[in-house]
Design a protein around this ligand. Structure first.
Ligand code: FMN
Length: 196
């Protein structure tokens, strides 16, 4: 079966992309709102972009009323983000934070997610998060004719739980992560041994 993307509507394109470009990592993004409450939301149109400069890219859509999502507003105005790579134990909370709340209402409060501050210059993150990238808004990419806004974030610092990193060679065996396939959540499977 071959499908011409030009003949598909937006939802069908979403279904094909999100079910076939898999697994997608999920950025659980914490940002400062203007009333200093902390916003938290998941984004799976997310990927590393470059190691030099160290950058990530996340594609942010719009709210039902066409206004900007809180995460985008906060990135534009407050510039800083803490991005958690979440574990399967955090999936219920992660999924809950996909809800659209009033601007300034914190998902931490609404969904009773305990927070902690690992880095005082960046937004707090869900307690016991294992991997956190502390980032700054760098720039947006214009996608002509689209309401989706790809945002490039530069990584300033990373937090890695001590038991997940070999400090000598910076190798990490962190595979206890949540990924997105279509609208479902998955854990990573087995490592492939290419010698056998
Ligand atoms: C697992 C998951 C992945 C998501 N990925 C994206 C995404 O890549 N881009 C996007 O605009 N919305 C995505 N969403 C929807 C947003 O999380 C949702 O619109 C949320 O309300 C945005 O929150 P905010 O307004 O506080 O920024 C995703 C939702 C879930 C549950």
């Amino acid at each position: 079966m071959k499908i011409n993307f030009n003949k598909l509507d937006k939802l069908s394109r979403y279904k094909i992309i999100s079910n076939l470009i898999v697994p997608r990592p999920i950025a659980w993004i914490s940002t400062f709102s203007n009333n200093n409450s902390i916003n938290l939301a998941p984004f799976s149109y997310f990927t590393p972009l470059s190691s030099e400069p160290p950058t990530l890219i996340v594609s942010i859509g719009h709210k039902k009323d066409s206004s900007q999502k809180d995460t985008l507003k906060n990135l534009r105005e407050r510039k800083r983000a803490s991005i958690v790579i979440s574990t399967p134990q955090q999936t219920k909370a992660l999924n809950a934070t996909g809800a659209s709340l009033e601007y300034g209402e914190s998902e931490f409060d609404k969904f009773k997610i305990e927070s902690e501050t690992i880095n005082r210059d960046y937004p707090p993150t869900p307690k016991d998060s294992k991997i956190i990238f502390f980032c700054q808004y760098l720039k947006e990419v214009e996608l002509e004719g689209s309401k989706t806004v790809p945002v490039i974030l530069e990584i300033d610092e990373v937090f890695i739980a001590d038991n997940l990193i070999d400090k000598e060679n910076l190798k990490s065996s962190f595979t206890d992560v949540v990924a997105r396939v279509g609208n479902s959540y998955y854990k990573l499977g087995d490592e492939i041994d290419i010698e056998n």
